[in-house]
Design a protein. Structure first.
Length: 296
């Protein structure tokens, strides 16, 4: 079996309590050690060992409102930004490291991700799932925590001039939440918008690779490989109050729009609170990240 993350990364010393939390959060495994959607706990632990440094030391993430996550099935609906999915990684780390109890968020990835060699297997073995309606519904009915970004690549690859401006949401997430009777937690990520300001999109290369976009950091030419590093902005993640919707999942898109608008407004509200609290201190020079469940 391909070792996507070498076992030597255990030298990063995943704390024993985090390893135990992951074991407690993992559900039933088959004889090969995988869950029904391809999650491999050992691969996840190696990914967390690497992600933990980014979470605690590089982005110094401050979680707020983790205590609002209900038990059982739940859908996290978050804003998307940053050119690369560091926001998804940091949300996952918050749930694995600081939530009580720990949860494994099942990230919904775009259909083109499985075409990427190595990366697709790494994502699957770390808990991500191709975002088909069937996969999402199965996960929710199995009382899992599903993480979605309804802006998709429209949000992830948007220009810096549109930071903290939610792009159009798809309707699929709302239909799934209604059908599965799953509460929605609006999530606002503050800080990821600034990690790659002004990234350039090379459209011909993106088309050649079958990707929606191919970002190039603006400092790459000036600093060489160092210019590819994300800026160490401090990230805060705000988990809002649960939203529940009782409606017909087969209603028209126009009928769904008011429900979707309420989710967008909840995310915007959390974003405004986070931006107001942060002010101009995007690198967190005057803040110290708390531990545990975070602040409300």
């Amino acid at each position: 079996m391909l070792h996507l993350i070498p076992s030597s990364l255990s030298a990063l010393n995943l704390p024993a309590d985090v390893s135990k939390r992951i074991d407690q959060a993992v559900g039933t495994l088959n004889s090969a050690g995988f869950d029904p959607w391809g999650l491999d706990p050992e691969t996840l632990k190696r990914a967390v060992a690497l992600g933990l440094w980014f979470y605690r030391n590089y982005f110094r993430v401050i979680p707020h409102g983790l205590e609002r996550l209900p038990k059982g099935r739940v859908m996290l609906v978050a804003n998307h930004s940053g050119q690369l999915p560091f926001d998804a990684m940091m949300i996952a780390m918050a749930l694995l490291v600081d939530a009580l109890p720990a949860r494994i968020p099942r990230g919904m990835v775009d259909y083109w991700v499985p075409s990427l060699p190595f990366i697709s297997d790494l994502f699957t073995r770390s808990g991500a799932v191709v975002g088909s309606p069937l996969n999402s519904l199965d996960l929710l009915r199995a009382e899992q925590c599903v993480m979605v970004f309804p802006e998709g690549t429209r949000g992830l690859g948007k220009p810096f001039s549109k930071r903290y401006q939610l792009q159009n949401f798809g309707t699929g997430f709302m239909r799934l939440a209604i059908e599965a009777k799953a509460p929605i937690i609006p999530v606002a990520v503050i800080g990821a918008e600034e990690i790659y300001p002004g990234a350039f999109n090379i459209e011909p290369l993106a088309k050649l690779l079958g990707m929606p976009y191919f970002p190039i950091p603006p400092l790459l030419a000036l600093l060489g490989p160092l210019g590819a590093l994300p800026l160490p902005t401090q990230i805060s993640i705000r988990f809002g109050e649960p939203l529940t919707f009782e409606a017909d999942p087969d209603m028209t898109d126009s009928e769904l729009m008011p429900l979707i608008a309420s989710v967008k407004e909840a995310i915007n509200t959390e974003s405004r609170l986070g931006l107001k609290e942060r002010g101009n201190d995007i690198f967190g020079l005057r803040q110290k990240a708390p531990t545990g469940q975070g602040e409300s």
